[in-house]
Design a protein around this ligand. Structure first.
Ligand SMILES: [Zn+2]
Length: 139
């Protein structure tokens, strides 16, 4: 059982928008880990807004680019010896593969099921499907 208050060694993904933790759990494929993973939903943050937190009881390599795509406000802290030893900075990735699906029904990805769903960051800061140019609309 993972003690969520005193993590000795691991990774804390903090400031997740309330309700988004399961999406991150799925995208990072945390279900495939052998170590303990704790999801805290609707925690109170300092600004009294609700947030989700994910605590992983191991030092795993997290795909930070994907987190930056989902929500650049997320923070990632690396914990060792019960203390934060590193705060990771998130940036917007140049492209994301198989994180979100293209919603254009005429896109080739809706016909060719085996194709990767690839979105590329444009100069305007929006993501577009590389096949049909459909803009990704975050919910
Ligand atoms: Zn498309």
């Amino acid at each position: 059982m993972l003690n969520i208050d005193s993590l000795e060694r691991g990774v804390v993904i903090d400031h997740i928008k309330a309700g988004k933790s399961m999406e991150i759990y799925r995208v990072l494929e945390l279900d495939k880990l052998d170590c303990s993973v704790a999801i805290i939903k609707n925690a109170r943050s300092k600004k009294s807004e609700r947030k989700d937190i994910i605590k992983i009881e191991d030092r795993i390599d997290i795909d930070l680019d994907v987190l930056g795509f989902i929500d650049p406000n997320i923070t990632v802290n690396i914990i060792d010896g019960g203390k934060i030893v590193e705060k990771k900075k998130l940036t917007l990735p140049a492209r994301v593969v198989n994180v979100v699906k293209c919603k254009n029904p005429r896109c080739i990805t809706s016909v060719e099921q085996e194709l990767d769903h690839v979105f590329a960051l444009t100069e305007k800061g929006v993501y577009r499907c590389i096949y049909c140019e459909q803009e990704y609309q975050p919910q």
